[in-house]
Structures are given as structure tokens and as C-alpha cells.
Design a binder for this molecule. Structure first.
Ligand code: ACO
Length: 330
């Protein structure tokens, strides 16, 4: 079988209504300021869910938009894949909650746990399922409510992470040139503890004592993560371009994981792609982990930056570590 196996038929995103600026975080008593955050990360503001606002509701909203754009009914979805590190419940999966909310009664639904690479890994799994004949139409979501697992007194992390959901409908490509042209994914668990939640899982179940230790929250060695992110995103862009048999000059738009504008700039520089061909919205949304690429994708569509026929390079990096890339003719 010859690529493309699948194409992006529809996109959508949803974020909580509440906007939290850098000044708002400083006003909460966190020892930081707007100038530092903007200079070191590029972030100006982010959307944060209200405590009762579920991840499921954000996923459903983003998915309904993507499905409407794709012209797909709930009964036509064969598979739902949700990339998330902050599901509403640890058991069962986020994906089955989304399935129920959408009424996709025919679908198989499961989560992908690969942090910020979650949507990209999910898209590769969805594309592979379509290639194998296991599915024709796959709903791939990246969604996070990171505000629930962030220590709001830790200035290393609370200034970065945010909430939101992005959804994409992948459909079987039936001839033509439109679709996923190459995929690349890698992981390295040896450095897992540079970005992790030590407690809350089966190895260290949550107890009343955990509360004081804050080990249930995200812990991150920022400088180390930064170095690995730059290196891995560089490998990811190289590999996807090689496998699609194209060069940077053929790329119309780079949509990278929105973690930090300095990582994005380093990735673009390595790939030889000028910043006017790079989509950046980390300034408005912060780092929404698995949701960041599909939110950026839909934002680019809605702003008219991404147009049909363009060649798009996606690159992700996340906890694990996990990293990967896609080349898509949109
Ligand atoms: N406000 C003000 N000052 C701060 C803050 C803050 N929020 N955080 C740290 N500082 C201080 C530090 O204490 C340090 O002070 P010192 O020089 O007196 O010791 C100084 O600023 C520099 O600190 P660094 O940690 O070296 O700052 P750096 O330039 O590395 O930026 C950051 C920190 C933004 C976290 C950066 O390392 C980064 O972006 N890392 C990657 C994080 C990331 O992208 N994670 C997610 C990727 S994977 C995923 O998305 C799940």
C-alpha cells in the first residue's frame, strides 16, 4: 500500500473561558514576574479550567467542532484515541468518557500516555490503524487539565502549564496526494525522572502524607528538559523530512509542540525553516502538553494560516522522554 493512508478531515479545539495572565500568577504570591516569563518562555497568558470543569467537556467540545468540519456523524467514528497526562479519572480511560459524551457507540476508545507527544503518538497510531484496515475514521484528541496536577507554588512549573483540548478527525485517504506522508516516533525512559509525577500511581499511592510532600504534582528539572527537548525536536524534524523525501525548503508550515518559544526557535533554526513559516501560539495558550499541537493546528486553520495543499511539519517532545514528528500534506 502506498502513502498517504489517512488525511486530516477536520480539526477543532476548546479551552476554558478563564484566562490567567503572568501578572495574575505573580499576584497569587508566586515569586515571578511578567517580564521574566515572557523573556524565558514567550508565554503571556494561558487558559485555566475552573475546578468543576471537566476534561471530558473540553474534549467533547473540540471533537464536535472537528467532526462537524469533517462532516462525520458520531456513529461513523471507529476509534477514539485521547493523548493525555491529566485525565478526569485514572480508571477507566478518558477516551471512554469522551465516547459516551459524543455518543460514538461503534467506537473502540483508549488513551495514549506519552505526555506532550500524546496527540502526535495518537495520530501515528490512528494512521497505522487506518493503514492496516482496522479503522476508516479515527478521532484523535490531545487534552489536558494540567492545572489540576501542577503545584501552584512552584514557579518552575506553574508558569508554563495550562489547560485545553484539540481534536482531529483522520479518515482513510482514497487516492490523491492529501494526507500523512511520513511519521517518526521515539522514546527514552532512562531520563523519566527529569519530568514526572512521583506519587499517585500504584508505585507510590496517594495517601494523606503525600499531600505535604507535594509528590503528587509535576516535578521538572527545567534546564535539563530544555536541552533534551532541543536535541530531540531536531532529530524529529530531520527524520520526518527524510522519510517524506522532502527538504526544509518544501515545508510551508512548521507546527511544533508549544512548550517554550526558545525551544521552538531552536527547532526551526536547526531545520532551516524561517520563523515566518512557524506557527506559534504559546504566548496565548501556554504549554498545554498533549493538547498543544492540535490546538495550534486548529488555530492555524481558523486564522487562515494553514490552507489546503500546504505541506506541514509537526514535531513534538514530552515527558518520558517521548518525541516524534509527522509530515502532512493538508
Ligand atoms: N520567575 C522568575 N525567576 C525564575 C523563575 C520564574 N518563574 N523560574 C526560575 N527562575 C530563576 C531561577 O531561580 C534562576 O535564578 P538564579 O540564576 O538566581 O539561580 C534563573 O531564573 C534562571 O533559571 P533557569 O531554570 O536556568 O531558567 P531557564 O532559562 O532554564 O528557564 C524554564 C526555565 C522556562 C523552565 C526552561 O528551562 C524551560 O522552558 N525548560 C523546558 C521546560 C519544558 O519545555 N517543559 C516541558 C517540555 S515537555 C512537556 O511539555 C511536558
Amino acid at each position: 500500500m502506498k502513502r498517504p493512508y489517512s488525511y486530516i478531515a477536520g480539526t477543532g479545539h476548546a479551552v476554558p473561558a478563564k484566562v490567567v495572565t503572568n501578572d495574575d500568577i505573580a499576584a497569587m504570591g508566586v515569586e515571578t514576574n511578567d517580564a521574566w516569563i515572557q523573556e524565558r518562555t514567550g508565554i503571556r497568558q494561558r487558559h485555566i479550567a475552573e475546578p468543576g470543569e471537566s476534561l471530558s467537556s473540553l474534549c467533547a467540545k473540540a471533537s464536535l467542532q472537528a467532526m462537524a468540519r469533517a462532516g462525520v456523524q458520531p456513529g461513523e467514528i471507529d476509534t477514539i484515541i485521547v493523548g493525555t497526562a491529566s485525565p478526569d479519572h485514572l480508571l477507566p480511560s478518558q477516551a471512554v468518557e469522551v465516547q459516551t459524551a459524543l455518543g460514538c457507540s461503534r467506537a473502540a476508545a483508549f488513551d495514549v500516555a506519552s505526555a506532550c507527544s500524546g496527540w502526535l503518538y495518537g495520530a501515528i497510531v490512528g494512521d497505522s490503524m487506518i493503514a492496516s484496515g482496522a479503522a476508516d475514521t479515527v478521532l484523535v484528541i490531545g487534552a489536558e487539565k494540567l492545572s489540576a496536577i501542577v503545584d501552584w507554588t512552584d514557579r518552575n512549573t506553574c508558569i508554563l502549564f495550562a489547560d485545553g483540548a484539540g481534536a482531529t478527525v483522520l479518515r482513510r485517504a482514497r487516492g490523491g496526494q492529501k494526507g500523512i506522508m511520513s511519521t517518526f516516533m521515539r522514546s527514552d525512559g532512562a531520563l523519566a525522572e527529569l519530568l514526572w509525577r512521583p506519587a499517585g500511581g500504584a508505585a507510590e499511592p496517594f495517601t494523606p502524607e503525600t499531600h505535604g510532600t507535594k509528590r503528587q504534582f509535576i516535578h521538572m528539572a527545567g534546564r535539563e528538559v530544555f536541552k533534551h527537548a532541543v536535541r530531540s525536536m531536531a532529530e524529529a524534524t530531520d527524520r520526518a523530512l527524510d522519510m517524506a523525501r522532502i527538504t526544509a525548503a518544501d515545508v510551508d508550515l512548521l507546527i511544533p509542540h508549544q512548550a517554550n518559544v526558545r525551544i521552538i526557535e531552536a527547532t526551526a533554526k536547526h531545520a532551516g525553516i524561517s520563523m515566518d513559516k512557524v506557527f506559534v501560539n504559546v504566548d496565548r495558550f501556554g504549554n498545554t502538553s498533549a493538547a498543544s499541537i492540535p490546538i495550534a493546528l486548529n488555530d492555524a486553520v481558523e486564522q487562515g494560516v494553514l490552507k489546503e495543499g500546504m505541506t506541514v511539519l509537526f514535531a513534538a517532545f514530552g515527558a518520558g522522554f517521548t518525541w516524534g514528528s509527522l509530515v502532512v500534506r493538508y
